[in-house]
Ligand binder design. Structure first.
Ligand code: CA
Ligand code: CA
Length: 161
Protein backbone atom coordinates (compact mmCIF):
# COMPACT_ATOMS: atom_id res chain seq x y z
CA UNK A 1 0.00 0.00 0.00
CA UNK A 2 1.25 3.43 -0.86
CA UNK A 3 0.40 6.69 0.87
CA UNK A 4 0.41 9.45 -1.70
CA UNK A 5 0.81 13.10 -0.62
CA UNK A 6 -2.87 13.59 -1.40
CA UNK A 7 -3.87 10.73 0.90
CA UNK A 8 -1.52 11.91 3.62
CA UNK A 9 -3.12 15.39 3.47
CA UNK A 10 -6.60 13.90 3.70
CA UNK A 11 -5.53 11.78 6.69
CA UNK A 12 -4.12 14.85 8.42
CA UNK A 13 -7.43 16.68 7.88
CA UNK A 14 -9.39 13.70 9.18
CA UNK A 15 -7.25 13.47 12.30
CA UNK A 16 -8.37 16.99 13.23
CA UNK A 17 -11.94 16.64 11.98
CA UNK A 18 -12.80 13.23 13.44
CA UNK A 19 -10.07 11.78 15.69
CA UNK A 20 -12.20 8.73 16.57
CA UNK A 21 -12.72 7.71 12.97
CA UNK A 22 -9.06 8.43 12.25
CA UNK A 23 -7.91 6.18 15.10
CA UNK A 24 -10.42 3.34 14.94
CA UNK A 25 -12.21 3.49 11.57
CA UNK A 26 -11.79 0.82 8.92
CA UNK A 27 -10.04 1.77 5.70
CA UNK A 28 -13.40 1.70 3.91
CA UNK A 29 -14.97 4.13 6.44
CA UNK A 30 -11.96 6.41 6.37
CA UNK A 31 -11.86 6.76 2.60
CA UNK A 32 -15.63 7.45 2.64
CA UNK A 33 -15.12 10.46 4.95
CA UNK A 34 -15.32 14.11 3.85
CA UNK A 35 -11.55 14.83 3.53
CA UNK A 36 -11.26 12.02 0.98
CA UNK A 37 -13.80 13.44 -1.47
CA UNK A 38 -12.05 13.68 -4.82
CA UNK A 39 -8.88 12.01 -3.54
CA UNK A 40 -7.44 9.18 -5.62
CA UNK A 41 -7.31 6.23 -3.21
CA UNK A 42 -6.52 3.55 -5.78
CA UNK A 43 -3.10 3.00 -4.20
CA UNK A 44 -4.84 1.95 -0.96
CA UNK A 45 -7.24 -0.52 -2.48
CA UNK A 46 -4.79 -2.22 -4.83
CA UNK A 47 -2.85 -4.77 -2.81
CA UNK A 48 0.85 -4.39 -3.35
CA UNK A 49 2.35 -7.50 -4.87
CA UNK A 50 5.51 -8.95 -3.40
CA UNK A 51 7.73 -9.01 -6.47
CA UNK A 52 11.11 -9.48 -4.81
CA UNK A 53 12.89 -12.81 -5.07
CA UNK A 54 12.61 -14.89 -1.92
CA UNK A 55 14.86 -17.90 -1.45
CA UNK A 56 12.86 -20.69 0.12
CA UNK A 57 14.63 -23.72 1.51
CA UNK A 58 12.86 -26.77 2.89
CA UNK A 59 15.83 -28.69 4.22
CA UNK A 60 15.33 -32.24 5.49
CA UNK A 61 11.83 -33.63 5.89
CA UNK A 62 8.62 -33.28 3.92
CA UNK A 63 7.93 -29.62 3.31
CA UNK A 64 5.24 -27.45 1.79
CA UNK A 65 6.90 -24.57 -0.01
CA UNK A 66 4.83 -21.66 -1.34
CA UNK A 67 6.34 -19.81 -4.29
CA UNK A 68 5.16 -16.44 -5.50
CA UNK A 69 6.43 -14.42 -8.40
CA UNK A 70 10.23 -14.59 -8.89
CA UNK A 71 10.81 -16.87 -5.89
CA UNK A 72 13.44 -19.61 -5.86
CA UNK A 73 12.89 -22.87 -3.96
CA UNK A 74 15.09 -25.73 -2.84
CA UNK A 75 13.11 -28.61 -1.36
CA UNK A 76 16.04 -30.56 0.05
CA UNK A 77 15.60 -34.15 1.19
CA UNK A 78 12.15 -35.63 1.68
CA UNK A 79 8.86 -35.53 -0.24
CA UNK A 80 8.31 -31.84 -0.77
CA UNK A 81 5.27 -30.11 -2.20
CA UNK A 82 5.91 -26.97 -4.24
CA UNK A 83 2.88 -24.68 -4.39
CA UNK A 84 3.24 -22.35 -7.35
CA UNK A 85 1.11 -19.22 -7.20
CA UNK A 86 0.00 -18.52 -10.74
CA UNK A 87 -1.04 -15.07 -11.80
CA UNK A 88 -1.43 -13.24 -15.08
CA UNK A 89 1.73 -11.18 -14.62
CA UNK A 90 4.16 -13.45 -12.81
CA UNK A 91 7.88 -13.47 -13.30
CA UNK A 92 8.98 -17.05 -13.45
CA UNK A 93 9.75 -18.97 -10.30
CA UNK A 94 12.48 -21.57 -10.01
CA UNK A 95 12.46 -24.99 -8.38
CA UNK A 96 16.00 -26.29 -7.99
CA UNK A 97 15.62 -29.90 -7.00
CA UNK A 98 12.32 -31.42 -8.10
CA UNK A 99 12.61 -35.21 -7.76
CA UNK A 100 10.17 -37.19 -9.90
CA UNK A 101 8.03 -39.58 -7.87
CA UNK A 102 9.07 -37.97 -4.61
CA UNK A 103 8.19 -34.28 -4.82
CA UNK A 104 4.89 -32.74 -5.91
CA UNK A 105 4.17 -29.67 -8.05
CA UNK A 106 0.90 -27.84 -7.52
CA UNK A 107 -0.20 -24.86 -9.58
CA UNK A 108 -2.58 -22.66 -7.62
CA UNK A 109 -4.67 -20.53 -9.96
CA UNK A 110 -7.52 -18.10 -9.32
CA UNK A 111 -10.70 -20.15 -9.54
CA UNK A 112 -12.62 -17.04 -10.63
CA UNK A 113 -10.92 -17.37 -14.01
CA UNK A 114 -10.66 -20.26 -16.43
CA UNK A 115 -8.43 -23.26 -15.70
CA UNK A 116 -5.04 -22.45 -17.24
CA UNK A 117 -3.63 -24.58 -20.04
CA UNK A 118 -0.31 -26.15 -18.98
CA UNK A 119 2.48 -26.68 -21.47
CA UNK A 120 6.12 -27.61 -20.94
CA UNK A 121 8.97 -25.95 -22.79
CA UNK A 122 12.43 -27.47 -22.53
CA UNK A 123 15.29 -24.98 -22.33
CA UNK A 124 18.84 -25.69 -21.23
CA UNK A 125 18.55 -28.22 -18.42
CA UNK A 126 15.21 -26.89 -17.22
CA UNK A 127 11.62 -27.72 -18.00
CA UNK A 128 9.64 -24.50 -18.07
CA UNK A 129 6.02 -24.68 -17.01
CA UNK A 130 3.96 -22.31 -19.12
CA UNK A 131 0.40 -21.43 -18.18
CA UNK A 132 -1.66 -20.10 -21.07
CA UNK A 133 1.67 -19.38 -22.75
CA UNK A 134 3.11 -17.43 -19.79
CA UNK A 135 6.40 -18.79 -18.43
CA UNK A 136 5.53 -19.40 -14.79
CA UNK A 137 8.04 -21.80 -13.27
CA UNK A 138 11.36 -23.32 -14.29
CA UNK A 139 11.96 -26.82 -12.96
CA UNK A 140 15.70 -27.38 -13.03
CA UNK A 141 17.07 -30.69 -14.22
CA UNK A 142 13.61 -31.97 -15.15
CA UNK A 143 14.02 -32.38 -18.90
CA UNK A 144 12.61 -35.70 -20.02
CA UNK A 145 11.40 -36.34 -16.47
CA UNK A 146 8.61 -33.89 -15.86
CA UNK A 147 5.34 -34.41 -17.72
CA UNK A 148 2.23 -32.28 -17.77
CA UNK A 149 0.44 -35.10 -15.92
CA UNK A 150 2.83 -34.67 -12.98
CA UNK A 151 1.52 -31.16 -12.36
CA UNK A 152 -1.61 -30.69 -10.27
CA UNK A 153 -3.91 -27.72 -10.78
CA UNK A 154 -5.78 -26.38 -7.77
CA UNK A 155 -8.28 -23.53 -8.00
CA UNK A 156 -8.10 -20.98 -5.18
CA UNK A 157 -10.82 -18.36 -4.76
CA UNK A 158 -8.76 -15.18 -4.44
CA UNK A 159 -11.80 -12.88 -4.37
CA UNK A 160 -12.43 -13.80 -0.71
CA UNK A 161 -8.94 -13.22 0.65
CA1 CA B 1 12.51 -31.19 2.24
CA1 CA C 1 12.75 -33.24 -2.06
Amino acid sequence: MELTVEIQDALNQLEVLDPTLFATGSTADIIASAPFVGVDVSSLTTPAQDVSTDYLSGGDGDDHIYLETADVAVGGAGSDTFHIHSDADVRQMLVHDYVDGEDTLIIEYDSNGPVPVVTLVEAGSSSQIHLDGVRTADIRGAIGILEVGDISLVGVDRSIT
